[in-house]
Design a protein around this ligand. Structure first.
Ligand SMILES: Nc1nc2c(c(=O)[nH]1)N[C@H]1C(S)=C(S)[C@@H](COP(=O)(O)OP(=O)(O)OC[C@H]3O[C@@H](n4cnc5c(=O)[nH]c(N)nc54)[C@H](O)[C@@H]3O)O[C@H]1N2
Ligand SMILES: Nc1nc2c(c(=O)[nH]1)N[C@H]1C(S)=C(S)[C@@H](COP(=O)(O)OP(=O)(O)OC[C@H]3O[C@@H](n4cnc5c(=O)[nH]c(N)nc54)[C@H](O)[C@@H]3O)O[C@H]1N2
Ligand code: SF4
Ligand SMILES: [Mo]
Length: 701
């Protein structure tokens, strides 16, 4: 066991450096006060430049989460049938749990280890507990490789074809931007500490424009809200290029020196005159003209583009098109100018050392797409999946098309293990449930994807009950399986250090002693960071690639293209005739994906799930505010309360997410209907490319 808590004098208080482990671009620095082995206070670190002393509402309640009476504290095995319900587990010891798992895994692996699939996502994003030890275990085992596509694969791969790596504007420079486009993102909800900087920019006189089919909290506070039809952002981006080129609003010098393929891009943009873009996006042509004029007139412009616009059939190409814009106007020349999607690529972490991929069998195991887990469990045959090991994820709540997933999980011959902090919807289908630690009970180091600091999480308290961290669990299981490679005996600290041993330029000064004193360290980058002011893009050509040979080599178009949403009138008219509404299910403000929907005080604050519908769409279906309604399509249905307002445009429903199924009256959530289709690039999830219909239900008596 690699416990790193120092001995403490009784009655004395001590403050420990923590890091928020959740899937959020902010990766806040936390300060945890500990007394007599108990964490008594959690707050944001005032010294950390982006946290600035503030945690969001959810994570401010981290003590309530950690000490919740609902914590899973002991291993358990199922004694009743699989599926939702109470009292179907009995407590067992760790030895019995691990022996059972090792025996099943050995038997399955003797035939074909690919019949085992790990399903892990973003419960913690720590290098040790997410990227490290667990992945080593499954690589060594030769299990099927999960394609981790739930969140952002389409956008990342798309962006990288143009820019070369996940690198963009440093959020601390947003206050210097004069024009900010929030493109498919709602930072007040999902990127709070960026919003603080945007609010500062606004006070400095910047203009804020939100591009979102829904008037989100952030769109509400913007100077101008533009509401295109979902999945049409690529067309809008080409429309902007068309007008920038037509009107000569270009930085010709930057284009000449630092970009590749301008003529090919211009030829594509020529296909998108304002009238056509208006038709595709459902926006008035004047809106497109005005947006292009404003963007073309301000070189110090920042585009914050996030995941909302990439969860559609054409999401990867839409991201590519947007990523081309700042090179056309020369915005990258400015500190605070350019695009921010994510900055994980600025961190040089040795992922290969972390995940032990050198232990993979040759040829490597097959991939199983995580967005299509329902299909995998019900259809795969080469070999069929016989065991599923879920950790740091709650697929029954978060995976698309969860009705099919639940059908797969009910298979009596499937052996399912879930390592969790709480008894989630997914645990209801487990054969063995194992108790996991929270971030206060473990050591880790984090590589944020939204900021430029390496972050340390010191262990604050001992694990509660018999809870066990991901790394420790897989150390124990590796021993049971007879895996005797030295990497399975490394301590958490050794794993973290090894991940930073490479001495790459941005890590050259990483100093673990400083990390322990301060809790975080900025990457070795200039303080005034304008990554592409002088070009030098990390692409094969060193230029911003409007035209990309590497994209073409991967089977994508060399120049970005527009691909309409799949479940729309443009993509599938027959389907759209039956299911004419598009459903968006973005995060609810006080939940984090499905996490925190088990924290009692937040559940009270957030209330019942709901769907927002325009007055016109509601009237056409005789739906009134407060009615119980059912949202449905061929995949499934969920019922919620209707909120009739003008925040969403006709043809679009918005159901903030993600509630646990077992906390909803009908035992369903929005992922009963979401599409498990894949994106154009990266085989990513297309949650928001979902056509539905809605009907009023009789009131509950
Ligand atoms: N409170 C909270 N914070 C979170 C999360 C959470 O669950 N709760 N989740 C975290 C995670 S895992 C992630 S990936 C990030 C997500 O971060 P963001 O991508 O910023 O997600 P949202 O805040 O939902 O903003 C997405 C917006 O995109 C809009 N949208 C949907 N489809 C389209 C479209 O086709 N075009 C355009 N232009 N807009 C569209 C939605 O209406 C929504 O307002 O947030 C992280 N932060
Ligand atoms: N409809 C719809 N669905 C979506 C989205 C959407 O916008 N709309 N967003 C998608 C996105 S962006 C994402 S990233 C995914 C997120 O999907 P998930 O990664 O599954 O995220 P969570 O719902 O937060 O579930 C994480 C689980 O891990 C557990 N956990 C936390 N820390 C640890 C740990 O250290 N060890 C172990 N073993 N368990 C731990 C938590 O208790 C929690 O139950 O959801 C996706 N699903
Ligand atoms: S969820 Fe995001 S905003 Fe909240 S504490 Fe964690 S990193 Fe900070
Ligand atoms: Mo995500």
């Amino acid at each position: 066991m690699s416990s790193t808590i120092p001995i403490q004098t009784p009655g004395q208080e001590r403050v420990v450096h923590g890091t928020c482990p959740h899937d959020c671009p902010d990766t806040c620095a936390m300060l945890i006060t500990v007394k007599d082995g108990v964490a008594t206070k959690v707050k944001g670190d005032p010294a950390h430049p982006t946290t600035q002393g503030a945690l969001c509402t959810k994570v401010s309640r981290y003590l309530e989460r950690t000490y919740s009476p609902d914590r899973l504290l002991h291993p358990m095995r199922r004694v009743g049938p699989k599926g939702p319900g109470q009292g179907r587990f009995e407590r067992i010891g760790w030895d019995e749990a691990l022996d059972t798992i090792a025996a099943r895994f050995k038997a399955i692996a003797a035939e074909d280890p690919q019949a085992i699939l790990p399903y892990a996502y973003s419960g913690t994003l720590g290098l040790v507990h997410n990227f490290g030890m667990p992945r080593r275990f499954f690589h060594r085992l030769g299990a099927s490789l999960p394609e981790r596509v739930l969140c952002a694969t389409a956008g990342r791969l798309g962006y990288n074809t143009v820019i070369g790596a996940q690198v963009g504007i440093d959020i601390v420079h947003f206050p210097e931007a004069r024009l900010i486009l929030l493109w498919g993102t709602n930072p007040i909800t999902s990127n709070l500490h960026l919003w603080t900087r945007i609010a500062e920019a606004k006070r400095n006189g910047a203009r804020i424009i939100a591009i979102d089919p829904y008037r989100s909290l952030s769109a509400d506070k913007a100077d101008w809200h533009i509401a295109p039809l979902p999945g049409t952002d690529g067309a809008l981006a080409f429309g902007l290029m068309h007008l920038l080129i037509r009107d000569g609003n270009l930085d010709r010098d930057y284009i000449e020196q630092h970009t590749l393929g301008f003529d090919a891009l211009a030829a594509r943009a020529a296909e998108f005159p304002p009238e056509r873009v208006a038709e595709l996006t459902g926006l008035p042509a004047e809106t497109i003209l005005r947006l292009a004029a404003e963007y073309g007139a301000e070189r110090r412009s920042a585009i914050r583009v996030n995941f909302g616009m990439q969860r559609h059939a054409g999401g990867g190409n839409a991201m590519r098109a947007i990523a081309c814009l700042p090179a056309l106007t020369g915005a990258w020349r400015e500190v605070g100018g350019g695009v921010l999607m994510d900055v994980a690529g600025a961190h040089a972490v040795d992922l290969a050392a972390l995940d032990g991929r050198h232990m993979l069998p040759d040829p490597p195991p097959r991939n199983v797409n995580m967005a299509q887990i329902g299909k995998a469990l019900t259809e795969l045959n080469d070999p069929p999946l016989k065991a599923l090991f879920v950790y740091a994820s709650n697929p029954v709540a978060v995976a698309p098309n969860n009705a099919l997933l639940r059908q797969g999980l009910l298979r009596p011959d499937l052996f399912t293990v879930v390592h969790e902090i709480f008894l989630t919807d997914t645990c209801d289908y487990a054969d063995i449930v194992l108790p996991a630690t929270t971030q206060l009970e473990q050591f880790d180091v984090h590589r944020p994807y939204g900021t430029l600091y390496t972050m340390l999480n010191q262990q604050a308290i001992a694990p509660l009950g018999e809870a066990c961290s991901n790394a420790e669990l897989f150390r124990r299981l590796a021993a049971r399986m007879g895996f005797d490679e030295p990497c399975f005996r490394q301590s958490d600290e050794e794993i973290a250090q090894q991940a930073h041993d490479r001495g790459a330029a941005v890590n050259a000064t990483l100093d673990f002693e400083l990390l322990h004193r301060q809790g975080w360290q900025r990457l070795d980058l200039p303080e005034r960071y304008a990554p592409f002011a002088e070009g030098r893009f990390p692409t094969p050509s060193g230029k911003c690639e409007f035209e990309s040979a590497s994209a073409a080599a991967q089977g994508w178009s060399a120049v970005p293209e527009f691909i309409p949403p799949r479940e729309s009138a443009a993509g599938d008219p027959a389907l759209a005739a039956r299911f004419p509404l598009m459903l968006l299910t973005p995060p609810a403000r006080h939940y984090l994906n499905s996490s925190f929907s088990g924290v009692a005080s937040l559940v009270r604050d957030v209330g019942e799930p709901w769907v927002e519908i325009s007055a016109g769409d509601a009237a056409r279906r005789c739906i009134a505010e407060g009615d119980r309604v059912q949202v449905f399509n061929e995949r499934g249905a969920f019922s919620v309360r209707a909120v009739v307002n003008d925040r969403t445009r006709d043809g679009v429903l918005v159901a903030p997410s993600i509630w646990w199924l077992k906390k909803s009256a009908d035992g369903e959530n929005a992922n009963a209907v979401t599409s498990d289709g894949l994106t154009d690039i990266g085989r990513g999830a297309t949650y928001y490319d979902t056509a539905v219909e809605i009907r009023k239900l009789p009131a509950l008596s």
